[in-house]
Every structure is written in structure tokens, then in C-alpha cells.
Design a protein around this ligand. Structure first.
Ligand SMILES: Nc1ncnc2c1ncn2[C@@H]1O[C@H](COP(=O)(O)OP(=O)(O)O)[C@@H](O)[C@H]1O
Ligand SMILES: [Mg+2]
Length: 247
């Protein structure tokens, strides 16, 4: 589903933040990327969404190479990818349901929404996504009243409303307490299977990677250090990711 080949990115200041990176995530699969600060994890995510134009390599989603697209074709292809990050970034004064439904906006032209918002069907679907993340009962509450863990669930429901094939998550549990973090990882695990989503998730917590990943990919200095089924990842290998950064 998501197929990245030989991806490299050099920032304008000359820093090679990503070098020859390969990764594949199949539908229904949860792949977790581990790496120290500054190892290139966010750069990888930005290259996938084409917020950054990679210097080299390809990013194929369902067989279409995003790095070769521009304009409207790029915009449409990007709808296949949803991104969540550390911050849920909800519109606090709007209802939870409105926040979820806004995930579908990209599927409609701006002229459409300028004419009075989303079709009723989208609100109906948004209710379903909200139920899927376990928060159906909070649909009409203002988003600003939610806890961190609840807000992140709403952000995930908003991502589902976009109806992507690939979900990218850049440290989605970094600002949550351990219990809420576990809950979010369980949810991502379940959604990969139930929604047949390809999920690529950056984490700092090694133990969460061990518990929830199908595969774990290590990144060090912008290069892939390993790509293994979780049962085959050795603690030493993971420790090495963090130790060798200063070298
Ligand atoms: N805009 C930028 N210009 C130059 N270097 C950058 C820029 N953004 C990030 N970097 C550098 O690229 C490397 C990877 O950064 P990043 O992808 O944010 O790492 P991570 O998300 O793994 O912490 C770091 O050394 C960082 O300092
Ligand atoms: Mg980062």
C-alpha cells in the first residue's frame, strides 16, 4: 500500500536528514519507526506527505508515485494519506462531531464548503467514526473540554473521516500519560485490522513498539538501521539506535 524506495532528503543548509530510506507498509499492517531525536523521523513523514520535496526516491501509495505529481493530481493522491501528530490540533470552540466531520473537507471542493458546509451524509459518517474510537457519547461536547487522550482519539476519528488508505502518526502519544498512550496504541492496532489501513507510526517508547507493532523499523542518522518483525528485534539493536547518535 505504502511503498517507499531510496528516499533521500537534503535540507537547503546541506544537512542530509534522510538517506536511501526504504520502507513498505501493507494494508492492515502497523509499522513502528523508532529512532533518537534528530534521526530523521519527522523528515520522513514530511517527505511522505510531500510537505517536503524529497531530493531523491519514490513514495508510492497504491502504486501511484506522489513525488512525480503536482497540482490537482497531487492534491487528490494526498487524500489517501492522513497524518496525526503529537498535538490533536482540534478547533476547541467547535463540537467534537464538527471536528471529526472536518476531516472529510478535502474530499470536496472549496466551492462546495463555501456554499454551506458538508453534506448531511458526512455528519452521519462522522458519528460512526467517533463511535469507532469510543467517543460517540461526546459528539456534541465542545472539543476544548476534552482530555489529552480523548482529543487524540478525536484527531484519529477526524483522520478516518478523510477515508485514507494510509495513516501516518508522528509521535501520537508523546504528550499523553502512559495509560492514555496504551489506549491510543490499542486503537491504532485495532484500526489497522478493521479498516485495513496501512499505519506508519513514529514512537519514542520502545516498550509500546514491542507491544503493538507488526514490524519495527529503526532509523539512525537518516538511514535505516533495521526492519524486523517485532519478535525479532533485540533490545541491543534498539539500544544501539539511541547510543550511537553522538558518534
Ligand atoms: N528545516 C531544516 N533545516 C535543516 N535541518 C533540519 C531542518 N529540519 C530538521 N533538520 C535536521 O534534520 C535532522 C532530522 O530532523 P527530524 O526529522 O526533525 O528528526 P526527528 O523527528 O527524528 O527528531 C536533524 O538533525 C535536524 O536538526
Ligand atoms: Mg520528530
Amino acid at each position: 500500500m505504502l511503498d517507499i524506495r531510496r528516499l533521500s532528503l537534503r535540507y537547503p543548509n546541506g544537512k542530509l536528514a534522510l538517506a536511501d530510506f526504504d520502507i513498505t507498509v501493507g494494508a492492515g499492517e502497523l509499522v513502528i519507526v523508532l529512532g533518537g531525536n534528530g534521526s530523521g523521523k519527522t523528515t520522513l513523514m514530511r517527505c511522505i506527505t510531500r510537505t517536503l520535496q524529497p531530493s531523491e526516491g519514490s513514495v508510492c501509495v497504491n502504486g501511484t508515485d506522489l513525488t512525480r505529481l503536482t497540482g490537482e493530481r497531487l492534491r487528490c493522491a494526498r487524500l489517501e494519506l492522513a497524518l496525526i501528530s503529537q498535538h490533536a490540533s482540534l478547533v476547541r470552540r467547535r463540537s467534537v462531531l464538527a471536528n471529526v466531520a472536518s476531516g472529510a473537507l478535502g474530499r470536496y471542493g472549496s466551492w462546495f464548503t463555501a456554499l454551506g458546509g458538508l453534506p448531511a451524509m458526512e455528519l452521519h459518517l462522522a458519528n460512526g467514526y467517533l463511535a469507532e474510537v469510543g467517543l460517540g457519547h461526546l459528539a456534541h461536547q465542545r472539543a476544548g473540554t476534552l482530555s489529552g487522550g480523548q482529543a487524540q482519539r478525536v484527531a484519529i476519528a477526524r483522520a478516518l473521516a478523510q477515508r485514507p488508505r494510509v495513516l501516518l502518526a508522528d509521535e501520537p502519544v508523546a504528550s499523553l500519560d502512559p495509560e492514555a498512550a496504551e489506549d491510543i496504541m490499542k486503537l491504532l492496532r485495532r484500526l489497522a485490522g478493521e479498516e485495513n489501513l496501512a499505519i506508519l507510526c513514529v514512537l519514542h517508547q520502545i516498550e509500546l513498539a514491542y507491544a503493538y507493532a507488526d514490524r519495527v523499523v529503526g532509523i539512525r542518522d537518516g538511514r535505516m538501521a533495521f526492519d524486523l518483525p517485532r519478535a525479532e528485534v533485540s533490545p541491543d539493536e534498539v539500544r544501539h539506535l539511541y547510543l550511537s547518535r553522538a558518534a
